[in-house]
Design a protein around this ligand. Structure first.
Ligand SMILES: Cc1cc2nc3c(=O)[nH]c(=O)nc-3n(C[C@H](O)[C@H](O)[C@H](O)COP(=O)(O)OP(=O)(O)OC[C@H]3O[C@@H](n4cnc5c(N)ncnc54)[C@H](O)[C@@H]3O)c2cc1C
Ligand code: FES
Length: 342
């Protein structure tokens, strides 16, 4: 895993609780990335190392800076630290770009629908700019949910793109906390719902690819609607910002002590029910490598030498892992003799 240090060139205030950090590209070796990928930022806050992924909101073919857009999460350590403390000219350590939520070219593709809520707009915004400027035959639709007009990230830029590409870029805004409804101007009250999804798919009436970035509820409703319309989900791609844990999956999990061998040293770690191995190991100050924390990137991959573990909350099925390979961000011990090596 390559690490870089990047200098903050500009900070843009997007909304009351969201900023964009624009990093200067390194002078010699530019960082390459694809629209939809993310950059992992590393901080030391009160003596502890924190690592968080943020999707690029910049587009490699258009923007000269590397931009990430960070929305405050209530009680969140890093998102609030970034919004409150990062300044122009700060130098921040980052990992090389990662992520498979990207646009794959396909000559038969006619329409793409992007579904986003809140900060989920960031990878979609990067892909939208990429598509509009490089794929002149593809029509682009954005369905974007927010609490209110004031919380819409990138509103001005999106509206400008809508004017420039008015023939093939349509935006549908949903507002959950504003009494705002005007079907003609594509403004809707409430949440993105199955009736709207069916009507839009019917109206487009040609092969569509769907990209989703938002809470689990959004993903589920789109999946269910598309399944009932077309019977398959082969054209649907999604990105999760947060791990989704189903309490049912934790029934057989209880507190366990494990042994972790890292950099040649054996460490005994107490894993409390509900906490992943990665969470508990970081808590006691062992600086394991990690990035996405959603079971996607493999940075936290370890080998199980004895005992049994279970992975919970993987954002995607992982058929590439061997039987004894586990992603510690999603791993929970089942027995009292777990020994892991990373
Ligand atoms: C691939 C990927 C790309 C991402 N891209 C972006 C991005 O472009 N912009 C952005 O703002 N964030 C993005 N995130 C989320 C980001 O990495 C952090 O998880 C988020 O900023 C919260 O970190 P924190 O340290 O402030 O919160 P923490 O201290 O880690 O968490 C505090 C509490 O908030 C909850 N929480 C954690 N993340 C979220 C979330 N995203 N929404 C709601 N509750 C949450 C936790 O469960 C916990 O209870 C992305 C995440 C992933 C996996
Ligand atoms: S941190 Fe990405 S898979 Fe665990």
């Amino acid at each position: 895993m390559k690490n870089y240090t990047l200098k903050v060139q500009e900070i843009i205030k997007e909304t009351d609780d969201t900023i964009t950090l624009c990093f200067k590209q390194p002078g010699l070796k530019k960082i390459k990335y694809l629209s939809g990928q993310y950059l992992t930022l590393q901080f030391r806050i009160n003596g502890r190392r924190y690592v968080r992924p943020y999707s690029f909101s910049s587009t490699p073919t258009i923007d000269s800076t590397l931009n990430v857009t960070v929305k405050r999460v209530q009680g969140g350590v890093v998102s609030n630290y970034i919004n409150d403390n990062v300044k122009v000219d700060d130098v921040i350590e980052v990992q090389e770009p990662l992520g498979d939520f990207i646009f794959e070219e396909d000559e038969s593709l006619k329409s793409v629908v992007f579904w986003g809520v809140g900060s989920g707009i960031t990878p979609l915004f990067s892909m939208i700019k990429f598509l509009l400027t490089t794929e002149p035959l593809v029509s682009v639709h954005l369905v974007y949910g927010n609490k209110s007009t004031a919380s819409v990230i990138f509103y001005d830029e999106l509206e400008k793109l809508k004017q420039t590409y008015f023939e093939r870029f349509k935006i549908y805004y949903f507002y959950s906390k504003e009494e705002f409804f005007n079907k003609d101007s594509h403004n809707f009250h409430g949440r993105i719902n199955s009736i709207f999804i069916s009507e839009l798919v019917e109206k487009i009436n040609e092969p569509i690819r769907h990209y989703i970035c938002g809470p689990i509820g959004l993903k589920e409703i789109i999946k269910d609607s598309l399944l009932s319309i077309s019977g398959n989900l082969s054209n649907l791609f999604s990105e999760d910002f947060e791990i989704v844990k189903n309490p049912e999956d934790f029934k057989e999990i209880c507190n366990q002590d494990i042994v972790l061998k890292f950099q040649g040293i054996e460490n005994k770690v107490a894993i409390n029910k509900g906490k992943s191995v990665l969470e508990e190991v970081l808590e006691i100050g062992i600086e394991l490598p990690y990035s996405c924390q959603t079971g996607n990137c493999s940075t936290c991959k370890a080998t199980l030498k004895s005992g049994e573990m279970k992975m919970i909350g993987l954002s995607k099925p992982r058929t590439d892992l061997n039987d004894n390979e586990y992603l510690l961000c999603c791993s929970y011990p089942l027995t009292n003799n777990v020994y892991i090596e990373i």
